[in-house]
Write a protein that binds this ligand. Structure first.
Ligand code: ACO
Length: 332
């Protein structure tokens, strides 16, 4: 057991994106779509795609190694490796175990958490408890996704939306009043069938929806998810501000899950947020599921857009259905 601590902060950050870029113009040659449609309806110009022979956990390990170096700790100091993914390379061994081996975090417990695109927000909340209770001093949270492996490349409704990438945080003890202050987590399993990615079993209802009855590919009712997402973002922001007794005006930056620029712009408009208070990078990467928030945070930090004491809010939504948010007072 480590000593129980007052606050848990972000001590190290890393990200890793595949080199291969797939543009909207490349997609025009693959399905009946256009750069104009994709840009106007989603805000996406290009996305990164992992080489076929590579595994998602390799991206995750690369992001994790950078985060460990950034935190200035040894891999052996890590007590828990928690991987968030809805695209695991293997169900067994878990992505977290594969990353543990690659990073040399030999003393850690390791497990995966799947809350689809909300996974990283869920993961931070779970990870924080291990440190707060004194179970261990450091937790590595790695979001690791390769949507390109589960997308139906013949389905224009989904294949234009997603990309691959990984991001990681090392969490550890922080100064009181700083770090991860609070979280708001929700789910509604009754609406879960609007995004499905079957694995070991597939029901007739889901088979019927898929073109050519394609198995093991992602299917989504885009407009239903869109309607849910608009409400979820507002609920997750309002709910957390109320819970944490923080005013919207006090936030320095909101980092939302990057699924569709219209969802982000709609939320910004409703909240009357100026553009500089909401971060977007969807044009470069598309939707990289649970990895979109840590990848965005890494960019924001590298661009020196945050300073100690700033209030940041991460907000996400996705399959399950799940949604949630995390409030951080920047501790570095
Ligand atoms: N290119 C050209 N036309 C297209 C394409 C495309 N790539 N995709 C769909 N269309 C067509 C449709 O077939 C439809 O044509 P029709 O009117 O002749 O039937 C038309 O465009 C409009 O389709 P809509 O689905 O109404 O388009 P919409 O404006 O809703 O945009 C989109 C679709 C981008 C999918 C949007 O609904 C969306 O972003 N939804 C939310 C997705 C999301 O947030 N997912 C996050 C969770 S994912 C996870 O957790 C793994």
């Amino acid at each position: 057991m480590s000593a129980a601590v007052d606050a848990v902060g972000i001590l190290g950050i890393g990200s890793s994106l595949p080199e291969r870029v797939l543009t909207n113009f490349d997609l025009e040659k693959m399905v009946d779509t256009s750069d104009e449609w994709i840009t106007k309806r989603t805000g996406i110009s290009e996305r990164r795609i992992l080489e076929k022979e590579k595994a998602a956990y390799e991206l995750g390990a690369c992001a994790a190694i950078k985060a460990i170096e950034d935190a200035g700790i040894r891999p052996s100091d890590i007590g828990v490796v928690l991987a968030t993914t809805s695209t695991p390379d293997y169900l067994v061994p878990s992505t977290a175990c594969l990353i543990q081996e690659k990073t040399g975090a030999a003393n850690a417990a390791a497990f995966d958490l799947n809350a689809a695109c909300t996974g990283f927000v869920y993961g931070l909340t779970v990870a924080k408890q291990f440190i707060l209770t004194g179970f261990c001093k450091y937790v590595l949270v790695v979001a690791c996704e390769a949507l390109s492996k589960v997308v139906d490349w013949k389905d224009r409704n989904t294949c234009v939306l997603f990309g691959d990438g990984a991001g990681a945080f090392v969490l550890g003890p922080a100064e009181k009043g700083f770090g991860i202050l609070d979280s708001y987590l929700k789910s509604d399993g009754s609406q879960g069938r609007v995004i499905t990615l079957p694995c070991c079993h597939m029901e007739e209802e889901d088979i019927a929806k898929r073109a050519g009855k394609a198995k093991n590919v992602l299917w989504m009712d885009g407009s239903e998810v869109f309607k849910f997402a608009v409400k979820a973002v507002t609920d997750a922001i309002d709910g957390l501000l109320e819970k944490a007794h923080i005013k919207l005006e006090e936030l320095n930056l909101i980092i939302p899950h990057q699924a569709n620029i219209r969802i982000i712009d709609g939320a910004a408009k409703r909240l009357k947020l100026p553009d500089e208070k909401i971060y977007t990078n969807i044009h470069k990467y598309g939707n990289i599921s649970s990895a979109s928030i840590p990848v965005a945070v890494e960019e924001v930090v590298r661009a020196k857009r945050v300073k100690k004491g700033d209030y940041l809010l991460f907000v996400a939504f996705g399959g399950g259905l799940t949604w949630g948010s995390t409030l951080v007072r920047w501790n570095r």
